[in-house]
Design a protein around this ligand. Structure first.
Ligand SMILES: [Fe+2]
Length: 245
């Protein structure tokens, strides 16, 4: 893996906000915009630093809060519904029969790993959350390595830059496999339609939305966000201080 090249915080960085520190690794510049933060090393997926794979990069901006885009990636049960004519085709019949999807979440150093199964068995694919705003979807292992990496990068409270890096160990020199890469964009477009229509754009407190057991991974993310990241509105903090005082 390439070493992480770190640059210290500056007064105003070229890639981020005031006082941003950045690091370069895996073909990305990793920016930490929190003033005064002492950022941990970025978790860079190993496939991004390989030179023996085909890499496809794609970006587009969605009209949503980054949390809404991120949690959608953990939501395995949406696949047979939102992607019913693409990647969810095989899960459609079990979903229509009412089969229950069982979702497991296991804490990892980088966030969590989520796996899922139906009556038909355990899915070969699994997904890693790369805290705070990235994921790797492991679709197939060697020798036909196939992984999707995606980061949901906040632009502002209503816009999120979706940065996709697809890595495959097959068809490296075959231009026909470009169709596989274009397919990724179709899947993203299916998600985008749903996500941009979600209200509110920022994920709400879990108590405000009905949830079921198969929401385990999305709820884990949502609780983490609300507990550690979400800034309270000024008024709420003031009221709490008044009560405490
Ligand atoms: Fe999706």
């Amino acid at each position: 893996m390439d070493p992480v090249q770190r640059r210290p915080a500056r007064e105003a960085g070229p890639h981020g906000g005031h006082g941003a520190a950045d690091a370069r690794a895996g073909g990305f510049v990793w920016v930490y915009t929190e003033p005064g933060a002492d950022p941990a090393e970025p978790f860079v997926p190993d496939a991004l630093s390989r030179d023996d794979v085909a890499v496809y990069r794609y970006e587009e901006t969605w009209q949503t809060h980054w949390t809404r885009a991120m949690e959608n990636m953990f939501d395995a049960p949406h696949v047979p519904i939102v992607h019913r004519n693409t990647i969810g085709r095989g899960l459609r019949a079990p979903a229509e029969r009412g089969d229950v999807m069982n979702v497991e979440v296991e804490p990892r150093e980088h966030g969590f790993r989520t796996t899922w199964s139906t009556a038909g068995g355990q899915s070969a694919a699994f997904l890693d959350w790369l805290r705070p705003n990235g994921m790797t979807l492991h679709l197939a292992s060697e020798p036909r390595l196939y992984r999707q990496h995606l980061w949901c990068v906040p632009v502002d409270v209503r816009q999120t830059r979706m940065m996709l890096v697809s890595v495959r160990g097959f068809g490296r020199y075959d231009p026909l496999f470009a169709v596989v890469d274009r397919f990724n964009r179709r899947i993203l477009a299916e998600d985008r339609r749903v996500i941009e229509g979600s209200d509110p754009a920022e994920v709400p407190d879990p108590v405000h939305e009905a949830s079921v057991a198969s929401d385990r991974a999305t709820l884990t993310f949502r609780r983490w966000y609300l507990r550690t990241q979400k800034r309270e509105p000024e008024g709420a903090r003031k009221r709490r201080l008044e009560v405490a005082g």
